[in-house]
Design a protein around this ligand. Structure first.
Ligand code: CDP
Ligand code: CDP
Length: 224
């Protein structure tokens, strides 16, 4: 079986999506596409241009005036500016779910993401990939973990980078973001009916990546 697949990975904040998706993409020699980076980039641009996040028309016209580019080596650009680091700040993290709730913003992002996924050979992660962006993905995974575990992971990441970090605050921020993402009207965070759910709470990155790779292998064998 030589056809390339689309692999959709969804789940709440810090479930391990991007780390595991990169690993799987590398193993299969597929392209990894981080859709969260697209919503983060628009949010960063709004903050830079002092656009009120509740002003949907202004957010939308800003989106139409910029080019967000994801490179194969995981750099993110807004036009010519490298924003790879800038889109990860807590200010962006705290605002991104509001921007991602705007229906016309989602419509435009999903349109671009569908084009990226059309040629297959992709691992794409986000919140609505299996449900809306690639509803016909050959493999759909929903990653989850307890909120305490997810908060600990983000906390550890901050400590490793030498940043100050408050575990309780991270937990609150994650819960708030998950709630907005799950309750928004357009393409909320939800497990697709045909997605395989993996609870990563007590699993290593390698365990989870291997589990996904064996699901991919089984799919290929069933199609061979
Ligand atoms: O990695 P982390 O869990 O912090 O989040 P992310 O994947 O970078 O996504 C940041 C935010 O973008 C999410 O909290 C969602 O509000 C939004 N998002 C979305 O709505 N749909 C996607 N497909 C991806 C991200
Ligand atoms: O993309 P998402 O927000 O779902 O999560 P991530 O950024 O891939 O993972 C958050 C953190 O959890 C990273 O520091 C990973 O190294 C860590 N992680 C882990 O400790 N165990 C796993 N099974 C998966 C991720």
């Amino acid at each position: 079986y030589t056809n390339k697949l689309a692999i959709a990975i969804d789940g709440p904040a810090a479930a391990g999506k991007s780390t595991v998706a990169k690993w799987v993409a590398k193993d299969l020699e597929y392209v990894y596409i981080d859709t969260g980076a697209m919503y983060r980039s628009l949010t960063y641009a709004c903050l830079q241009n002092q656009i009120e996040l509740t002003n949907e028309q202004e957010v939308l016209s800003l989106l139409k005036s910029i080019n967000i580019t994801l490179t194969e080596d995981q750099n993110v650009y807004i036009d010519q500016q490298n924003v790879t680091e800038a889109i990860r700040t807590s200010q962006v993290t705290q605002s991104v779910s509001a921007v991602a709730s705007i229906p016309e913003v989602r419509q435009e992002m999903v349109k671009q993401q569908k084009i990226l996924a059309a040629k297959r050979g992709v691992v794409m992660d986000g919140r609505d990939i299996g449900t809306h962006v690639i509803p016909d993905a050959e493999v759909k995974i929903f990653l989850n973990a307890s909120v305490v575990e997810r908060a600990k992971r983000r906390h550890q990441e901050n400590m490793d980078k030498g940043f100050s970090s408050d575990l309780e605050q991270i937990k609150k921020d994650i819960e708030r973001r998950d709630q907005i993402d799950s309750e928004r009207e357009v393409s909320p965070l939800r497990k697709a009916d045909d997605a395989i759910e993996i609870d990563t709470t007590s699993k290593t990155i390698q365990d989870v990546a291997n589990e996904i790779l064996s699901i991919v292998q089984k799919y290929k064998e069933s199609e061979a």
